[in-house]
Design a protein. Sequence first.
Lengths: 237, 247
Amino acid sequence: MKHPLPSADTPMASLWSAMGATLKRDLLLAFRRRQDLFNPLLFFVIVVSLFPLGVSPEKTFLQTAGAGVVWVAALLATLLSLDGLFRADFEDGALEQMVLAPQPLYFLVLAKVFAHWLVTGIPLIVLSPVLGIMMHLDGDTLPILMLTLLIGTPVLSLIGAIGAALTVGLRVGGVLISLLVLPLYIPVLIFGTGTVSAALSGLPVTGYLAILGAMLALALTLSPFAAAAALRISFSN
Amino acid sequence: MWAFFHRLGSPKWFYDISGKWLPWFGGLAVLTLATGIVWALLYAPADYQQGNSFRIIYIHVPAAILAQSCFMMMAVAGAIGLIWKMKLADMFVKAAAPVGASFTFLALFTGAVWGKPTWGTWWVWDARLTAMLILLFLYFGVIALQAAIEDFSVAAKASAVLALVGLVNIPIIKYSVEWWNTLHQPATFKLTEKPAMPAEMWVPLLVMVIGFYSFFAVVILLRTRNEILERERRTRWVKDIVLSKVK
């Protein structure tokens, strides 16, 4: 890869290599600023530990509320990391080059969102069983919780990209993103926690997982499209 | 048809023609709302189970219908604005968002007031109620985005994208009562079937729905006209209008 960014002077660069370059660059940037990766994770852990302290440390309460608490915390942690999805690239002009690149912006956005999920979603999923045990979830429900997060967190990143793209040029970004994105997160949250509570009461979970999967399919196909449109709008400012 | 569509691109043309529409919509709104209210509150028969408390549906159902259709109109206008760069569609989105939010709030509020005597609780976390609450948040999101972006056309495009994304929620609200077993009863009006209630009850409701739509049209026309005047304030024709009013 000669160019760190797919740019107009390599029109022959195929879509795959452009996406690969974007992904590689975003991952590299993320690992150069490791502390930024840890902050949402720390936030995730702290928010979860607030609930037993603030509401009730009783086992029965934690078992029923645990999955919801982990999900809400994961959702907020994702939200915290969203502002950085496009902002740095917007400020140094790299994003403008992506908008101008010959490759469709849809796929470049998809690559960026995938990178975002790899560095924020995956660590959340890896940490979730530890928090699940702290919330007294049993061994059978922990894999279900992880599975819902595995399907759900990419949806959170994808939907969040729309909000991040809409607010990238604005000074008030952070708070506004939450306002735009949280209502759209509610269905994911409902079905994510619904799956775990169904598993807790011994009901079949395949239906819930199918709906989560449908949300992922919908978000995967449509949200990069909306985010790309939003980025173009932000640049017309 | 296309000539009409093209003319919609001209704010001045719309300002003139909407001035002529306003009294008609206004008259219709006053007429239907007055008839509907009197009919619904005084003459419609009381429900055999719920007694008189059911009468709140004459506000609740029209407000809820309008809350959803306003969002759809906003999304359609947003799409038109994005595709054909029509200024009027942008203005519609801006004018409609707070109105839609008010109707959503009204629907939620009347629902809560009705729910207290009937279900015994102000609020349940039922699929349709939650979906309407999400709709309210989406409206707030559009309003907040409009307020955050200074450039008018960028604000309009950004909120159009948000409205189109939020459109996902509308079928969820619509079918929530059919997909899930909820406390909320199914739709009052369907195109394909006769309403489940007797005609003495649903005819006034229909009158109220028409009244709400006319009222909505009046408010939207007024707000859009204000928006036109504000945005086109540097043009000749707006100055002429202002000067003619001053004299």
